[in-house]
Write a protein that binds this ligand. Structure first.
Ligand SMILES: Nc1nc2c(ncn2[C@@H]2O[C@H](COP(=O)(O)OP(=O)(O)OP(=O)(O)O)[C@@H](O)[C@H]2O)c(=O)[nH]1
Ligand SMILES: [Mg+2]
Length: 293
């Protein structure tokens, strides 16, 4: 039977038959639906983009979280356990991905949702933060909260710098240790210089400067510690050099936050205060969060 015969499939496909009309109708209706589902299957995320709140004890992490959640300042206590809260970006800030969407759009509302993960800052409880850092699935950014008044003093500055050094080093290791050729997703860091309402607080640019200086010192002393422990460990110098973890660019120069860009981490320092007599100012932090969403 040739294709042009009267009872061939080609003739049937063009004939005014009931079955032909039914099949054509079904195709016309189902094809766009299936296509839509195929294209948009990934567009609705099942888990929210999250931000990690890290920083030394008493910096104001939990205060910032409660402020964002309840819109009012509340009394906080030293945290002993991590806390994850689903939040909505406050009015007046537009998520980066929704700049061309109108506010009524459901996709716009969805893009405003995010999750804040608070971690305890006490020295003995930092494993909560480190485990989250080691496996940062869905983490869009890290908010490192700093007490800008505490870093004006030597002890506070050193504690903060050591913690920040370890956080940045963890991010660097994750980047350099990645096996995929594309490299892992970039994780930006916001250094939130908190407590700007206090008279003794350093302004943001000084907080950045002091932290860079102190991190340089931490880096130097860590490298020295490794070298000193070399013979005791029985290792050879070469092997030691290889796994030496050096934050930022090699060499003995000073550390700058800009060096982190090479390993996929942009560090931004922004001032603010969660509590204060003259009102709360955390706008620049929300702006930063909006830019990552
Ligand atoms: N003056 C002033 N005090 C603040 C500010 N933010 C937080 N505080 C106070 O700082 C103290 C510590 O704040 P928390 O948010 O509990 O600190 P944390 O970072 O969660 O500390 P841990 O839970 O121990 O890691 C609280 O008494 C807050 O009231 C601020 O902007 N200005
Ligand atoms: Mg806390």
């Amino acid at each position: 039977m040739a294709w042009y015969d009267e009872d061939s499939w080609a003739t049937a496909a063009f004939a005014p038959k009931g079955s032909t009309i039914a099949i054509t109708f079904l195709l016309a209706v189902l094809l766009p639906i299936l296509l839509h589902q195929f294209i948009y299957r990934k567009a609705t995320p099942t888990t929210l983009p999250s931000f990690l709140l890290i920083g030394p004890s008493g910096a104001g992490k939990t205060a910032f979280l409660t402020l964002t959640e309840r819109k009012v300042v509340a009394q906080t206590h030293t945290s002993t356990a991590p806390l994850a809260v689903e939040l909505l970006l406050p009015e007046g800030h537009t998520p980066q991905s929704s700049h061309y969407r109108s506010p009524g759009d459901p996709a716009y509302e969805r893009s405003r949702q995010f999750q804040l993960n608070d971690t305890p800052g006490h020295g003995k409880l930092r494993h909560f933060a480190t485990t989250q850092l080691a496996n940062p699935t869905n983490v869009r950014g890290i908010i490192f909260v700093v007490d800008a008044a505490a870093v004006a003093e030597e002890a506070g500055l050193n504690e903060t710098a050591e913690y920040l050094h370890d956080v940045l080093l963890a991010l660097q290791k994750r980047y350099t240790g990645a096996t995929s050729s594309k490299g892992p997703k970039e994780i930006p860091v916001l250094v939130a210089a908190n407590k700007m309402d206090l008279f003794t607080a350093l302004p943001p640019h000084l907080v950045a400067q002091q932290l860079e200086k102190a991190i340089s010192e931490v880096r130097k002393s860590r490298a020295k510690g490794l070298k000193d422990s070399g013979p005791a460990l029985g290792g050879e110098d070469d092997s030691l050099d290889e796994d030496r973890e050096w934050l930022g660019e090699g060499g003995e120069g000073s550390f700058e936050f800009a060096q982190m860009e090479e390993v996929g981490t942009t560090v931004t320092v922004q001032g603010g205060n969660v509590i204060g007599g003259d009102g709360v100012d955390v706008k620049s932090w929300y702006e930063w969060i909006a830019a990552q969403l």
